[in-house]
Ligand binder design. Structure first.
Ligand SMILES: Nc1ncnc2c1ncn2[C@@H]1O[C@H](COP(=O)(O)OP(=O)(O)OP(=O)(O)O)[C@@H](O)[C@H]1O
Ligand SMILES: [Mg+2]
Length: 585
């Protein structure tokens, strides 16, 4: 996994990482050189030998400068490497997010995605950029020191590392067991939290009944169980770490003790002994910090595994040889679909919307009207059957060309924190200013835009000017005019629009629907009455279809019943019965 993480970096990022590690190695080596030089200067002072003093003093100065310079270089480059990985991962995620089907975006997922984009990507930056560079440099320095120290005296070298393998073995085995304990701990924590949530939610009920004592006991038991297991895990971890540290210290002690004997026996120079005592600390440095490195490794691999869950999630499948549709008629052919197994489902849905006609989808709330448009846009894919545009299965079209051939005007218009011009331009990225103005005029929003002090440059959205629902809707109509796609999906506005806006919207929409194949989720009587075809949905099934007059010829039909409910208000028993079905224009 480490290699995979490193491969996420661009070549520039990899270079920064390498330079940073190199910088830290130089930084550490110059630090060590300064210690050695100081030892030599002290030796000269003790021997009252002043011959080389100035040479050492100059070398000390040079080391100081190199150390400072390499520190700046390493520090800067580690930030560059960190930024690089964050940039690359966020770019990859954003690129993928656009290609997922809407089915990917459950509420749970949205929470997860924001955690990943915030926390996990930042973890990658701090660990890969900041920690790994230092850690790698420390290990490289450690290996270099091993060679250097062995070259001074191999016996001392062997003593220095004698107990290191045992210490490392203890650590690895210990941490493995500790992570099992911690997993158990995590489960107990989850149990405790869910009990607490249940408790808080049920407080009114618990207060009213004597059962509350029983629940209190359950909660106390769970809390103490978690506390106990937490304590055990912490105790175990501390034990493992102290044993590990002890074996490293024991190595040092062995070396120091045997070293003294060797010095007394005159088989080791006192200076060599001194160098071992001082420099071995630098050799042990990355090993002493091993637990921290291990934790960092776990942190980064954990984060990366979560990031990969997004990067590797399946996206909308693209055909190998995309086909181009001939025409803009839409055919739903024996379509079966469900979001979740066992819940709302559509079975055997078939209908045709001939080119340049308007099909109205009507039915109660939750009957499946939006689902039909979701399927046409491939926000979800059908389970069975097919949807064709111009006689080409939409799965055989390239996803871009499918989306390019459809404009959508929805009830809830999403505006981005950008200028009005930028918001209209979403319809066609390379549109000229004239085209944008033309589209705004057709959408009956140009005059309003001109009343704003900054006109088309006015910022809207989160931190900009607030627009009314009707104005937003007209901006989205302008987008659709600009996009000029042959197919139009329209979700009619049902409420919260004043009469003036409503009239302007109707005007704009009747122009927009001209010479296009239109699927409209219809609420207005006028739209329904004048539709070329009405498809009536009930619980995910098509119960009737035809023109308004045709449908009314069957007095017992569902449509006739809905219609009479609407026109004879007195028959309406529950408002929900007709909510979202018809609304007077
Ligand atoms: N993303 C989803 N995941 C699971 N179920 C969904 C999802 N979207 C919609 N549904 C369910 O599918 C059914 C049909 O929903 P749909 O949005 O198509 O209804 P609708 O006819 O457009 O209703 P309305 O008039 O209220 O907009 C509903 O029962 C709804 O709860
Ligand atoms: Mg809907």
């Amino acid at each position: 996994m480490i290699l995979e993480i490193l491969n996420t970096l661009t070549s520039k990022g990899k270079r920064s990482l390498a330079i940073s590690i190199f910088g830290f190695v130089i930084y550490a080596l110059t630090g060590i050189a300064m210690m050695l030089l100081t030892l030599h200067i002290l030796e000269l002072l003790f021997l009252d030998n002043h011959t080389n003093l100035s040479k050492y003093w100059i070398m000390l100065g040079i080391c100081l400068l190199v150390k400072g310079g390499s520190n700046i270089l390493a520090d800067m480059q580690k930030h560059f490497a960190g930024f690089d990985i964050v940039y690359k991962i966020r770019e990859k995620i954003v690129y993928r997010l656009k290609s997922f089907s809407l089915g990917f975006y459950t509420n749970e997922r949205l929470g997860e995605i924001s955690t990943i984009i915030h926390k996990d990507v930042d973890n990658m930056e701090s660990v890969v950029g900041h920690m790994w560079t230092r850690m790698s440099a420390d290990f490289i320095v450690s290996i270099l020191l091993l060679f250097y120290l062995f070259s001074i005296d191999w016996r001392m070298g062997l003593l220095m590392i004698s107990l290191l393998p045992i210490a490392l073995l203890l650590l690895v085995l210990g941490l493995k067991k500790a992570s099992n304990l911690e997993e158990e701990n995590g489960n107990l924590l989850a149990d405790m939290v869910s009990l607490f949530v249940e408790y808080v939610k049920g407080i009114p009920l618990l207060k009213a009944f004597s059962e509350s004592k029983k629940f209190d006991h359950k909660l106390t038991a769970s809390t103490s169980c978690f506390g106990e297991s937490n304590k055990q895990a912490a105790k175990y971890r501390a034990k493992v770490l102290s044993h590990y540290g002890f074996f490293i210290d024991l190595s040092f002690w062995l070396m120091a003790t045997v070293g003294i004997v060797l010095v007394f026996n005159k088989s080791l120079e006192p200076m060599a002994y001194l160098i071992y005592i001082v420099i071995s600390k630098e050799f042990y440095k990355p090993f002493v910090a091993m637990e921290m490195h291990w934790m960092n490794y776990l942190k980064v691999t954990d984060s990366y595994a979560r990031i990969k869950k997004i990067i590797d999630a399946p996206i909308v499948e693209e055909p190998k040889q995309p086909k181009k549709p001939k025409g803009s008629d839409i055919i739903f052919d024996k379509v079966d679909f469900f979001y979740e197994e066992g819940e709302f489902s559509m079975k055997n849905i078939s209908f045709t919307t001939p080119k340049h006609t308007l099909t109205a989808l009507v039915g109660e709330s939750g009957s499946g009207k939006t689902t039909v448009t979701n399927l046409l846009l491939r926000f979800w894919d059908v389970k069975k059957g097919s949807i064709r545009i111009g006689n080409v299965d939409i799965r055989d079209m390239s996803y871009d060309s499918l989306l390019n051939s459809i404009s959508i005007v929805m009830q809830n218009v999403q505006l981005f924190a950008d200028t009005i011009e930028g918001n209209i331009r979403i319809g066609k990225a390379n549109a000229s200013k004239e085209e944008i103005i033309e589209a705004a005029k057709k959408a009956r929003i140009h005059d309003f835009i001109m009343t704003l002090p900054k006109g088309y440059e006015t910022i809207v959205g989160e931190n900009g000017v607030g627009l009314s629902g009707g104005q937003k809707q007209r901006i989205s109509i302008a987008r659709a005019f600009l996009k000029d796609a042959p197919i139009l999906i329209l979700d009619e506005v049902t409420s919260n629009v004043d009469p003036i806006n409503e009239a302007l919207i109707q005007e704009a929409i009747s122009e927009l629907t001209k010479n296009r194949t239109v699927l409209v989720i219809a609420h207005h009587l006028s739209t329904i009455r004048s539709a070329d075809q009405i498809i009536v949905f009930k619980n995910g099934n098509i119960v009737e279809s035809g023109t308004h007059t045709e449908l009314l010829t069957n007095p017992n039909g569902y449509y006739s019943i809905l219609w009479s409910k609407k026109t004879q208000g007195s028959f309406i028993e529950k408002e929900e019965d007709i909510k979202g079905i018809f609304q007077e224009a």
